[in-house]
Design a protein around this ligand. Structure first.
Ligand SMILES: Nc1nc2c(ncn2[C@@H]2O[C@H](COP(=O)(O)OP(=O)(O)O)[C@@H](O)[C@H]2O)c(=O)[nH]1
Ligand SMILES: [Mg+2]
Length: 274
């Protein structure tokens, strides 16, 4: 983990504007506090992604909360083309001061250098691809720092590194790790499915008590065994003995949650604010 962070820190040295993506369903769990020091002197854009899957009221809460700590906080659905324009505008605006300064010194204003960072699966590649596609100019000749890395010329005023910084997660904090696993930002085998579904069903019972009603006709939400058995019944999940296939029910529940099929749900709630 240290090594991965060190690598990102090195690459950040030449970056003017850092774009950190976090999952709107687990903002505090997916944000990286370890880079604070390195990033402190840089302009920062924080993007809560996947807002189409998150609870709108909680997204509003988190945006307000995080605005006290970041230059710009945006909440977007990265799959929408309009979101890409919003990000481009924010980058250009943040870099403007630097370019003005260069101009006033009689220098030719240099393009703003940006880099996207975030934990796995938050939309980094989607965003890079969309920003790159907007300009046919494509990749600049100047290489990045690591072999194979390139600067993408998004516009005359800014360049984007084509390789994102993949942030390692902090496994020490069980709750955050669980939230990240549930939204799909952690390799799944780190936390076993039975622990994840148990956590999810208790969380839903307390915070989104009708979430399993529409999809599985489960209300109220009881013990996890009973939830899984009802899912097996609903979806005819039968194992080779003819009994309920609870293993498949676990996988199905986790997948439907991840895909937003249980509704717009945010795992990091107000009291997780630190
Ligand atoms: N619904 C939704 N899906 C998104 C959004 N952003 C990314 N995705 C999807 O999330 C998955 C992971 O995205 P990807 O760009 O590969 O994430 P990366 O691991 O950070 O590079 C892909 O299936 C994307 O289509 C978003 O804002 N909303
Ligand atoms: Mg990727």
């Amino acid at each position: 983990m240290k090594k991965a962070l060190k690598e990102i820190e090195d690459r950040l040295k030449v970056i003017d504007v850092v774009i950190e993506l976090i999952d709107a369903r687990a903002p505090i769990s997916s944000i990286n506090p370890q880079l604070e020091k390195t990033i402190k002197n840089k302009k920062r854009i924080l993007v809560l992604t996947k807002i189409d899957l998150a609870d709108p009221l909680r997204t509003e809460f988190w945006v307000t909360y995080l605005k006290t700590q970041y230059d710009v906080v945006l909440a977007l659905d990265i799959t929408q083309q309009s979101s890409i324009k919003v990000i481009e505008k924010a980058i250009t605006a943040l870099g403007q001061a630097k370019r003005e300064k260069e101009k006033s010194k009689g220098m030719k204003p240099q393009p703003i250098r940006t880099m996207i960072i975030g934990v796995p699966n938050v939309g980094k590649s989607s965003l890079i691809n969309r920003l790159a596609r907007r300009k046919a100019a494509g990749v600049q000749n100047k290489p990045g720092f690591t072999r194979g890395e390139q600067w993408i010329k998004v516009s005359d005023s800014f360049l984007l590194l084509d390789t994102p910084g993949i942030l390692p997660m902090n496994y020490d904090e069980q709750k955050k790790a669980t939230h990240l696993a549930l939204v799909g930002s952690v390799k799944e085998d780190i936390l076993p499915n039975h622990i994840l579904v148990n956590y999810l069903s208790i969380f839903l019972k307390h915070n989104y008590s009708t979430a399993l009603q529409k999809r599985f006709n489960i209300y109220p939400i009881g013990e996890i065994e009973s939830v899984l058995q009802q899912i097996c019944q609903q979806r005819s999940l039968v194992d080779y003995t003819g009994g309920p296939d609870l293993t498949r029910a676990e996988i199905l529940l986790l997948k439907e949650f991840k895909d937003g099929l249980l509704g717009r749900i945010t795992l990091d709630i107000e009291k997780d604010a630190t």
